[in-house]
Design a protein around this ligand. Structure first.
Ligand code: LLP
Length: 414
């Protein structure tokens, strides 16, 4: 994203306070355009599920993936429908289990389901013959930027184990479920080596099928660079590998096959930042700690995966001479946990990072925070959800209010 100027950031802080999530609509549109070769781009909304962002996606012709009742509700309130103009459903529910309320909703509204377990097939089949389903295959291998985001192989709970594909297909027939297609998502942060393997596996699974399908889904997982110098995935290369697989599958079935992709991070990660104010600076032996008013309750990725987010410093109002010197700095939050640190080498290992000298009253910008940022926030330490702002050209608007103390406590009002 084009980082807003220091003046714009200061104006936003005056209006909304900190911590604050800021997104750039033009940057999101730019990312969508990079994937236009795919027949359907289906946004994995878990990355950034604000209803106003979903509306932007919808305006740009993107469809949506939902993984919970809450995400189904968000999608519908953003204007997506269970059906779709073409064969492709606007909403697909992807999961490994049905909780009971979600099964009710999926059946009542006829929402297409990407099935991740044999039990789901029984539960849906018994309730809703004729329902449109995908089968999500775990091909026996996976890959992720962290073990926690690897969704393939025998240590992963996701999908139907590839050796049970025939059993799953037989169940779709037993229950007269309509098999739309096969889906694979082996993890977040896929590289080309793994991609080739996934495409090959998809072709192999399709050759095994004794029933017809309409579509295949490449899943998500396209990585984005979080630090300078990190390689950016080339969407056209990505597409050409999948397109080649699709052509082999079309040859097998003798008709066109729709190619879907399901990215989360790629569409929004670098379109969002988290802005926080420096509230304390202290030396702990050799370590210079800069403490801000956002914690891992806001941005969980560094504490959860040891993830790297670029950090820049915006001078606050206090006038002082410009310092260009970089200082080894540990950036941390306000939570009562030693792991509440944004600069970690790996989970739990505090790391200094060379940053411009920051003082109390300055602001820190955490970059690459538009995916799995606000959506992974919690109320830990009874801290309030931060507001979200969407910038579009010269305009900006509030798309989520700051949570109030009343909102925080209302459910306990019993
Ligand atoms: N499709 C399925 C079935 C998924 O499970 C996921 C992500 C995606 C698509 C989108 O993956 P993406 O394109 O965003 O990599 N919280 C972690 C990421 C967890 C991803 C879970 N599933 C993080 O902050 O890196």
């Amino acid at each position: 994203m084009t980082i807003p100027s220091d003046e714009t950031l200061s104006a936003l802080v005056t209006e909304y306070g900190t911590p604050l999530w800021i997104y750039d609509a033009a940057a999101i549109r730019g990312r969508i355009a990079q994937l236009s070769a795919f027949d359907i781009v289906r946004f994995a909304q878990k990355a950034c599920s604000n209803i106003h962002i979903l509306r932007e996606m919808r305006k740009a012709g993107v469809f949506v993936d939902a993984v919970s009742l809450g995400e189904i509700e968000r999608a519908m309130r953003a204007g997506f429908t269970a059906g779709g103009a073409s064969n492709a459903a606007e909403i697909v529910f992807t999961a490994d289990v049905f909780d009971r309320p979600t099964l009710e909703r999926v059946v009542a509204d006829g929402i297409e389901v990407n099935i991740g377990s044999i039990d789901m097939l029984h539960q849906l089949g018994e309730r809703s013959p004729g329902h449109r389903v995908w089968l999500r295959i775990n091909p026996g291998f996976g890959h992720g930027h962290s073990n926690k985001t690897n969704t393939g192989g025998e240590n992963s709970k996701h999908g139907i184990w590839f050796e049970q594909l025939q059993e799953a297909v037989a169940l779709t027939q037993k229950y007269s479920l309509k098999l739309v297609g096969l889906h694979m998502h082996i993890g977040s942060g896929v590289d080309y080596g793994h991609l080739q393997r996934v495409c090959g596996a998809m072709v192999g699974f399709c050759r095994e099928l004794n029933v017809d399908i309409e579509a295949i889904s490449a899943g998500g997982g396209l990585s984005v660079p979080y630090r300078e110098g990190e390689e950016e995935i080339d969407p056209s290369h990505y597409y050409s590998l999948w397109d080649a697989a699709r052509r082999q599958i079309e040859a097998r079935f003798g008709h066109p096959i729709r190619l879907e992709i399901e990215p989360g991070r790629f569409l929004t990660a670098d379109s969002g930042v988290l802005l926080a104010e420096v509230r304390a600076v202290k030396m702990m032996g050799r370590n210079r700690f800069v403490l801000v008013d956002a914690g891992f309750n806001d941005l969980a990725r560094p504490a959860m995966y040891g993830s790297y987010h670029n950090i820049s410093v915006v001078p606050g109002k206090a006038a002082r001479s410009a310092v260009s010197e970089l200082l080894p700095t540990v950036v941390a939050g306000p939570l009562c946990e030693s792991g509440d640190v944004f600069t970690q080498a790996e989970t739990g290992i505090v790391q200094q990072r060379d940053l411009p000298e920051a003082h109390v009253g300055d602001y820190l910008v955490f970059h690459g925070a538009g995916a799995y940022g606000a959506t992974m926030s919690s109320n830990y330490n009874s801290r309030l959800y931060a507001p979200e702002v969407l910038i579009d050209g010269a305009k900006h608007r509030l798309i989520r209010k700051r949570q109030s103390l009343n909102d925080l406590l209302v459910l306990e009002d019993v």
